[in-house]
Design a binder for this molecule. Structure first.
Ligand code: COA
Length: 207
């Protein structure tokens, strides 16, 4: 049973401070503004390569959703240039007791020229820290366990969560339980329409 309390999360600000030292203070994480939108799309197109177009298509509807449901959209800027972006938006957990408001981290990207310097990790921590401050109990994602386990995420199925699709490899379905999470908050993650409308859930068989 999923009774274990989540471990404390390294603060986004601590990770950011470490990363900033590497950049000698030339890097900052801030909320995305309307003026950043083209640069943010470009980051995803370049970072995701062949999938860049599909990921960029998610941004507009996710931004709209982030506005009405208090999501998070953060950019990393170095020397006045946007080099990374993360979005964390609202979803539901169909728990036995009631529907619980949770969040999904997607998408995340850093320009290839700036990868491997801790920027992706700093963005994840900063995004999650904002959800934690607002009392959100959990952040879910689909991604590489090798990457996200370093950032505090764990496989979601063994702790009692059900994936929204059988096409998400079990190891890729991950969660970060936050201090507001309680043991009864298990059940099925329900993605908002946006991900389904754009067929952006899990992996499809190659044609
Ligand atoms: C994933 C991504 C955001 C990481 O950004 P970053 O700024 O390079 O991340 P960090 O600097 O915090 O971490 C880099 C480390 O993660 C590792 N890493 C990056 N992507 C990885 C992956 N998919 N699986 C496992 N490890 C990964 C790197 O090899 C590096 O390891 P090292 O520290 O041992 O050298 C970036 O590689 C990217 O934009 N990739 C393309 C888009 C993408 O895949 N987004 C995530 C979708 S789930």
């Amino acid at each position: 049973m999923p009774s274990q309390r989540p471990r404390p999360l390294a603060r986004g600000s601590e990770v950011l401070a470490t990363t900033c030292r590497r950049y000698r203070g030339r890097m900052r994480i801030r909320s995305e503004t309307a003026r950043d939108q083209a640069a943010v799309e470009a980051v995803h197109r370049v970072a995701f390569g062949d999938h860049g177009h599909a990921v960029a298509a998610l941004l507009r509807p996710l931004r709209r959703r982030a506005r009405t449901r208090r999501g998070v959209s953060l950019v990393v800027e170095t020397d006045g240039r946007v080099v990374g972006h993360v979005m964390v938006t609202h979803a539901w957990l169909d728990a036995p007791r009631r529907i619980v408001d949770v969040h999904v981290l997607s998408p995340l990207a850093v320009l290839p020229s700036h990868q491997g310097r801790g920027i992706g990790g700093a963005l994840v921590h900063a995004g999650v820290a904002r959800i934690e401050r607002r009392g959100g109990p959990a952040v879910f994602l689909e991604g590489s366990p090798a990457y996200y386990s370093r950032l505090g995420f764990e496989a979601a199925s063994p702790v009692g969560f059900r994936s929204p699709s059988l096409r998400i490899p079990d190891a890729a379905f991950q969660v970060l339980r936050l201090p507001a999470w309680e043991g009864w908050m298990t059940g099925t993650l329900v993605y908002p329409d946006v991900f389904w409308e754009l067929d952006a859930v899990g992996l499809r068989d190659p044609a």
